[in-house]
Ligand binder design. Structure first.
Ligand code: FES
Length: 136
């Protein structure tokens, strides 16, 4: 049996959603200290819907396939669904990953979480600014 599923190979060879979103609403970067792979996710969010999700991944085939699939799974979906995305859902959508490569899917989940934290942080900062203007 092949080490990687056809879906993993497809998303590795033809990754979807690569690149940067200028003026992204949320950006999350994570790395794995053991393997040295780095993943950065960019989100464009409007009315609580993820209008666009892109990534830059410096890493292995599974990390690239996981980033590609994870961005596909959250695009045009509500933020709440992106928050609930599990690495297991990414693995299943890829028709599996070898056990020693499951951490690559975890990286994708963590990068999305960080991008959403960034988004909510910016929202909070904007809300604080509005409150200050109202008080002045
Ligand atoms: Fe570490 Fe793939 S080997 S993310």
């Amino acid at each position: 049996m092949a080490l990687y599923s056809e879906k993993v190979m497809d998303h590795f060879r033809n990754p979807r959603n690569t690149g940067v979103i200028e003026n992204a609403d949320g950006v999350g970067e994570v790395g794995n200290a053991k393997c040295g792979d780095i993943m950065k996710i960019y989100l464009k969010i409007e009315d609580d819907i993820i209008e666009d999700a892109r990534f830059e991944t410096f890493g292995c085939a599974s990390a690239i396939a996981s980033s590609s699939m994870a961005t596909e799974l959250i695009k045009k979906r509500p933020v709440s669904e992106a928050l609930a995305l599990t690495n297991q859902a990414v693995v299943e959508a890829l028709d599996g990953l070898p056990a020693h490569k499951v951490h690559c899917s975890v990286l994708a989940k963590e990068a999305i979480e960080k991008a959403l934290q960034d988004y909510y942080g910016k929202q909070d900062a904007a809300d604080c600014q509005i409150q200050k203007w109202r008080r002045s």
